[in-house]
Design a protein around this ligand. Sequence first.
Ligand code: NAD
Ligand code: TDX
Length: 337
Amino acid sequence: MDSKRILVTGGCGFIGSNFIHHMRASFPHRIVNLDKLTYAGNLENLKGIDDQPGYSFVRGDIAETSDLESIFDKGVDLVINFAAESHVDRSIIDPDAFVKTNIYGTYRLLEQARKSGIEKFLQVSTDEVYGSLGTTGKFREDTAMAPNSPYSASKASADMLVMAYHKTFGLPVCITRCSNNYGPYQFPEKLIPLLITNAMEGRDLPIYGDGMNVRDWIHVKDHCAAIAIVAEKGKAGEIYNIGAENERTNMEIVELILEIMGKPRELIKYVKDRPGHDRRYAIDNTKIRDQLGFEITVPFKTGMEETIRWYVENRPWWERIKTGEYLQYYHRWYGQR
Ligand code: NAD
Ligand code: TDX
């Protein structure tokens, strides 16, 4: 790939920061990271990159035209939109920010890209837009969307806007729909880091309902590699599913974590189910494998061992989040600027 100017939105979150690490290690592109720094955005995730030439950080909101204009005025070749409210449980408590960022924010970004002209707009979406599967079958790119939570409905709405901008205005877009990610820098509200960090603290490991819901887990490194491939080779107007063919029940996940960490089963606590809890997700990744040459590189057990080691070795990272110290730090540091 030639050197490009890439706008990465939401680059201080879990997948966005892993993606920036991946790109800086592999490609010569200039990256502008636009992030609002919500509770999920953490500048620490980019330590070591923040002062590199060719990388810049802008604190701002994808839903604010003025924040976007100041970046697009300097030229943008490629937009990769990670910015989102991403936690299903929070969308059940208060969907407001989900509608604002995931739908309206994506719309503003599309409008800016359309006005400024770009080579490609890559929307990072999710398999949750397809809804829930029974015991058989897999999501294909032509599976109809049937979202069940405010989060997945907001992501599905954004996907429809993205595709409409392609059909109506000819904007060169691609959409990726990935399954559940795990790996370093994941906010400890999500299942895997929540279980690991609670186990380290000797706290209960909450499992919703009967624990038999199925997710198709992929290491974040493989997701980031797939996004880079779609950014380079994806055809405009196309959707690409991303998954690792790695279906596990939540019980299998908690048991594996307990086994690797050498912790007792007694820590498991069944709790009241999530309302509208999707039963099963499974991705058919034939299209991205056959058409773009994507391959999975991280075996699940190895990926989980590495991830657990990362949380053990980076205890201050998640302790600051769990004690709220990061937020206090943030207000102290930025409050007077
Ligand atoms: P995350 O919650 O860890 O990070 C989201 C980032 O976006 C944060 O840094 C936050 O500060 C930023 N942000 C939020 N609102 C913003 C706004 N209005 N303007 C600018 N920045 C804003 O999320 P994640 O898990 O890294 O997910 C990234 C993307 O990937 C999301 O679009 C999500 O829907 C999608 N996705 C996630 C998974 C998963 O398993 N985590 C799987 C498939 C797809
Ligand atoms: O405490 C918990 N106990 C529990 O049993 C939590 C937090 C979750 N769960 C269950 C719910 C799901 O079946 O574990 C499974 C995974 O839950 P989450 O980590 O909340 O992920 P999920 O709801 O599947 O959504 C994730 O994957 C798709 C991401 O959060 C989304 O951003 C992504 O789009």
